[in-house]
Design a protein around this ligand. Structure first.
Ligand code: FEO
Length: 180
């Protein structure tokens, strides 16, 4: 049993964020499945991979809470939103979810600063940086989409974009037993 080195308030904020990261994964999973059903195979692969990345974030919170002598509380994850009406809405929603998530991370960093909890402050910095990357990635996706969809009546650009995204780099790797 470790000595508890985080306040109850920080512990609760970290637990809430751990659940939020799990929710983010559900959002990406639902959009990935929607994209797959709508024949965007490359975008679906990209979004499935990103769902794994969000679960890795969730695990980082679990590990940190427990390492600091806190207790991780695994709770229910709320359902993801309804399917988007089209790819543009899907990508806009992805960006919005990331911006909301950045605000939640900022709140944790603010709380850690207020409490002079420098360990949590330092832990939070990894996520601050990660959110810059994630927002940038979502913005890039939207830019690519708006460029690719400019030629009215010609889906060739969208087809190329979809193919590109199936191999676009990102942090997460997919477990061997799953084939996307
Ligand atoms: Fe873990 Fe995309 O935020």
């Amino acid at each position: 049993m470790k000595t508890k080195r985080i306040s109850d308030k920080v512990e609760k904020a970290l637990n809430d964020q751990m659940t939020r990261e799990a929710y983010q994964a559900q959002v990406y999973l639902s959009y990935a499945s929607w994209a797959e059903c709508n024949s965007y195979a490359g975008i679906a692969t990209f979004l499935y991979k990103h769902a794994h990345e969000e679960r890795e974030h969730m695990f980082k919170f679990i590990k940190y809470i427990n390492d600091r002598g806190g207790k991780t509380k695994i709770e229910a994850i709320k359902a993801p939103p309804a399917d988007p009406k089209d790819m543009e809405e899907c990508l806009k929603n992805v960006l919005k979810h990331e911006i909301d998530n950045s605000a939640a991370i900022d709140a944790i960093v603010n709380l850690a600063h207020e409490e002079k909890d420098w360990a949590t402050f330092n832990f939070g910095q990894w996520f601050v940086k990660e959110q810059i990357e994630e927002e940038s990635l979502a913005n890039d996706l939207l830019d690519k989409f708006s460029l690719a969809s400019k030629v009215v009546g010609n889906n060739a650009n969208l087809y190329e974009m979809d193919k590109d995204l199936s191999s676009a780099p990102q942090g997460a790797t997919i477990p061997q037993e799953e084939k996307f």
